[in-house]
Design a protein around this ligand. Structure first.
Ligand SMILES: Cc1cc2nc3c(=O)[nH]c(=O)nc-3n(C[C@H](O)[C@H](O)[C@H](O)COP(=O)(O)OP(=O)(O)OC[C@H]3O[C@@H](n4cnc5c(N)ncnc54)[C@H](O)[C@@H]3O)c2cc1C
Length: 271
């Protein structure tokens, strides 16, 4: 399949990119690993693509008060191989090899994955779990407020995500990321990220239109140690739907299994 015709522009500054986006029915092109397939399948037909890859200085991974500042164009593979990410945010480091295949990780960007907002993608769920902040050309948005639905964010026309900030975790927090996919490199059928320590946070991926925090299971985890009871709450808390990758009941089962594994590992890692 070939994409529908579009105008292609490759500005060298963010200001130029914003103005190119506001003046036409235009979309940002980052790594192209989700956008180009959607064009080829004719699911989208923007009049203009604004390629942001030639804007210098948007692909950094830096310290941010013991957490991380990540430029929107940082590639998945750069996150996977960054010693700073491994040290500051081991759960992000551990999850990156689960994102697609190496060829896709070489081009795909953190900002592209977050803005695409696939319900089964790892990075949106991790951003919510880690209470990340999204910096755009207009404002700062909490990751928890970034998604309106599947493949839909609160970004407005002409608004570009520029940076993701990940706050440091409290000392001694244990972590785990557990995923089930049909084949290596596929999107998750379901995944669970967990942080345990000063507080418990659990995020479920692939079981609703956007990643969800399992708040009732989190509260249970703070009060009791019986994993089976917590798992039962987690299973009840999500309302998955069936699709070609798995039935709603299978996904609910996965939430239970993956939550148990994630909490077990996170508790073992907590100091
Ligand atoms: C076969 C295959 C398997 C995959 N498996 C997985 C997987 O297991 N897990 C997973 O998470 N992902 C998976 N992906 C998706 C991959 O991770 C993509 O790289 C990612 O979703 C999009 O990043 P990108 O940089 O390529 O963005 P693009 O494809 O360039 O853009 C995606 C969307 O985000 C918008 N956008 C991009 N950057 C910005 C910005 N800075 N500001 C505003 N809007 C922006 C674009 O306009 C577009 O709507 C898979 C892809 C393929 C083709």
């Amino acid at each position: 399949m070939k994409p529908p015709p579009f105008e292609y522009v490759a500005p060298s500054t963010l200001d130029e990119a914003v103005s190119a986006l506001t003046s036409k029915d235009a979309m940002v092109l980052a790594g192209g690993q989700s956008l180009v397939p959607m064009l080829n399948f004719r699911l989208l037909a923007p009049a203009r693509l604004v390629d942001i890859n030639r804007i210098a200085g948007l692909d950094y991974i830096r310290d941010w008060n013991q957490g991380l500042r990540i430029g929107t164009l940082a590639r998945h593979h750069a996150l996977e191989t960054s010693s700073l990410v491994r040290e500051r945010c081991p759960i992000l480091h551990a999850a990156m090899p689960l994102v697609a295949h190496l060829a896709i990780r070489n081009r795909g960007t953190i900002g592209g994955s977050l803005c695409h907002g696939d319900p089964a993608a790892e990075l949106p769920g991790l951003a919510i779990l880690l209470k990340a902040e999204m910096q755009t050309t207009k404002r700062t948005i909490a990751a928890a407020d970034f998604y309106k639905g599947a493949l839909t964010t609160v970004l407005e026309k002409g608004e570009i995500l520029t940076e993701i900030r990940v706050p440091p975790l409290a000392a001694g927090m244990g972590w785990a990321f557990e995923e089930f996919a049909l084949r290596s490199g596929d999107f998750a059928v379901a995944a669970i990220g967990a942080l345990v320590g000063a507080e418990t946070r659990i995020v479920a991926i692939g079981v609703s239109e956007t990643p969800i925090r399992l708040r009732r299971a989190e509260a249970q985890s703070t009060n009791i140690t019986d994993l089976d009871a917590i798992v039962e709450v987690a299973r009840e808390e999500c309302s998955p739907v069936s699709d070609q990758h798995g039935s709603a009941e299978f996904r609910r089962h996965l939430v239970g299994v993956l939550t148990k594994r994630a909490l077990t590992k996170a508790r073992e890692r907590a100091l």
